[in-house]
Design a protein around this ligand. Structure first.
Ligand SMILES: NC(=O)c1ccc[n+]([C@@H]2O[C@H](COP(=O)([O-])OP(=O)(O)OC[C@H]3O[C@@H](n4cnc5c(N)ncnc54)[C@H](OP(=O)(O)O)[C@@H]3O)[C@@H](O)[C@H]2O)c1
Length: 314
């Protein structure tokens, strides 16, 4: 698969990275029950298929996603790059909270290294800029971890341009991890441009809008989701918005069909059409899913397809 350099780092990332949120299993923002054996097979398949990096976070399943990624890494002779995050923790009831305290981040990093079973994290990202007044403290701590060799590069996630400007003064920002999909385009307003001009890599999350842009969703499919699947609480998956989204997917399907591809592949290739985007982080919880989506990594959309998609989305 084609690779792109991540911002000003020496990391060459494949256009698709594997996202492991759903692999964390049940928690406050989980996706319902997840079979760990399926998860490990999915991760191994992704790497066999040419994906060279994995995105995870401690909060995904309260440590479980990192633990499962760690189990899979131990089975690989050649290890992929690993990106994880800090700032979101959980209490005794497994409810999430935010913290950017110096000591907390240092402890989080040690915990991630232990769960993942690695000595260095390739990309360490501030998951959310919360609390705002602690952003600098958190960022300086992450920079220290880079100096100590615990992590190679540091990046951020869910940041605005002004927050990026604040941290850039203290230490170079390797990457931004924002949401980006056909249904969530706000980074096109100014973030993409800012990152392009400042050589900050962009690793876009939820390119299939949590599975909505795959063609499989319908009123019937929603009924099959586990009661604790957080998508049942996501406004994109209910009411008028859901109906509107399904109508969009229906139209996208005809474009995908014409090219002999799937809607999921189209959604990912569309995110990758932007030169500022280093890679799309593609979530999967089953082997078959990643076997399908990995094929979008080398698909360059024609100008005609991009224009037709624009008409559908406008
Ligand atoms: N930094 C942040 O705040 C943040 C936020 C969100 C995500 N992320 C990262 O970005 C990654 C990707 O985002 P995401 O997982 O939210 O969403 P996504 O990649 O848009 O969608 C992934 C989900 O779609 C379904 N799916 C995947 N491939 C499919 C296929 N071929 N056919 C049908 N369904 C398929 C699976 O769920 P089902 O099978 O259950 O439908 C899968 O969990 C995450 O895993 C995480 O690493 C980061």
């Amino acid at each position: 698969m084609r690779t792109r350099k991540l911002g000003n780092t020496d990391l060459e990332l494949t256009a698709i990275g594997l996202g492991t949120w759903a692999i964390g299993g049940p928690w406050q923002f989980g996706w319902g029950p997840q079979d760990d054996a399926d998860s490990i097979r999915t991760i191994l398949t992704a790497i066999d298929a040419g994906i060279n990096w994995i995105d995870t976070a401690p909060i995904y399943g309260c440590g479980h996603s990192e633990y499962i990624v760690g189990l899979a890494l131990r089975e690989m002779s050649e290890k992929p790059l690993v990106a994880t995050k800090c700032s979101l923790l959980w209490n005794d009831k497994r409810e999430k909270y935010s913290c950017l305290d110096r000591d907390s981040i240092i402890a989080e990093c040690e915990d991630s290294l232990r769960r993942l079973g690695i000595e260095t994290i390739d990309l360490y990202q501030m998951h959310w800029p919360v609390p705002d007044e602690q952003i600098e403290e958190g960022w300086e701590t992450m920079a220290k971890l880079a100096q100590q060799g615990k992590v190679r590069y540091i990046g951020v996630s869910n940041f605005t341009v002004s927050q990026l400007e604040r941290v850039s003064k203290l230490h170079p920002v390797a990457s931004l991890q924002p949401p980006y999909s056909m249904l969530r385009r706000d980074i096109e307003n100014n973030l993409l441009d800012y990152c392009g001009k400042n050589n900050i890599g962009v690793v876009a999350y939820s390119p299939m809008q949590k599975g909505l842009l795959t063609g499989k969703f319908s009123v019937e499919h929603i009924k099959t989701l586990a009661p604790d699947d957080h998508r049942l609480r996501d406004p994109n998956f209910s009411g008028e918005k859901f109906d509107k989204n399904l109508a969009i997917v229906d139209k996208l399907k005809s474009i995908a069909d014409r090219r002999g591809k799937t809607v999921a592949q189209l959604a990912i290739a569309w995110v990758l059409r932007k030169e500022e985007v280093t890679a799309a982080i593609v979530g999967a919880r089953k082997q078959k899913q990643i076997e399908e989506t990995v094929q979008a990594g080398d698909w360059v959309l024609s100008e005609e397809d991009v224009a037709n998609i624009e008409l559908i989305l406008s």
